[in-house]
Design a protein. Structure first.
Length: 224
């Protein structure tokens, strides 16, 4: 399900520079900029408190906002939020105007749900190999996350990008052979961690099966 429509009333901004931006923030106004489809940038401002409330309800990296600007509706994606390094409060926002009839490319997080059969009955470990997926879709079809059910995964099985049923609204860009999640045996996971530890981060372990709970402590490294 796509995100609900978000509307924010914006005003044109003539003030420029750090001093002017500081005065706006002290008055409870948040400066922003909108990169227009036809080129150029429109400087805008809106209520800072209202923006913070909106962020609490929408944690997606790509938030579609309808800016009510100078008597027109401007659909725009929130591209970047600059925050105060001490307080964490937003101090500037960049938007990019979009067409609601043209697809754009976005990365959408993947959320795993369900306890895999291979974890529950086989004592395996669930690993999430892919955290987000690249798709082409209309701006109105952007969602905060895709929920992926992994309950049917057995021991030594993997779920691949090609197995995801995202719907006709999405054209998947991530290669189909990329694994999304896997259920591996405890010994296999430990061997992979040893082999790949020096090269970089291993897939994130989401949950371990019951057999792992009573497992002995890891063996000491072999003597050289």
């Amino acid at each position: 399900m796509a995100n609900e429509e978000i509307r924010m009333k914006a005003e044109l901004r003539t003030e420029q520079g750090s001093a002017a931006a500081g005065r706006l923030r002290r008055a409870g106004v948040l400066p922003a900029a909108v990169n227009r489809i036809g080129g150029g940038t429109t400087l805008v401002k809106f209520d800072a408190h209202g923006f913070k409330l909106m962020l609490r309800r929408h944690a997606s990296e790509h938030v579609l906002v309808t800016l009510e600007l100078d008597g027109q509706d401007v659909p725009a994606l929130m591209r970047e939020i600059q925050s105060d390094v001490i307080t964490g409060a937003p101090i500037h926002v960049d938007f990019g105007e979009v067409s609601l009839t043209k697809k754009i490319r976005v990365s959408i997080p993947l959320h795993l749900t369900g306890e895999p059969e291979g974890v529950k009955l086989g004592g395996g470990i669930l690993q999430q190999n892919l955290r987000q997926i690249d798709v082409d879709c209309l701006p109105t079809d952007i969602v905060e996350q895709f929920t992926v059910d992994v309950a049917a995964l057995k021991l030594s099985q993997s779920l691949f990008v090609r197995d995801l049923a995202l719907g006709d609204a999405y054209t998947v860009i991530t290669p189909k052979e990329v694994p999304v999640a896997s259920v591996v045996a405890v010994a296999e996971e430990a061997a992979a961690a040893t082999a790949e530890g020096a090269a970089g981060a291993t897939p994130e372990v989401i949950v371990k099966g019951k057999k792992e709970e009573g497992a002995a402590a890891p063996a000491s490294p072999a003597k050289k």
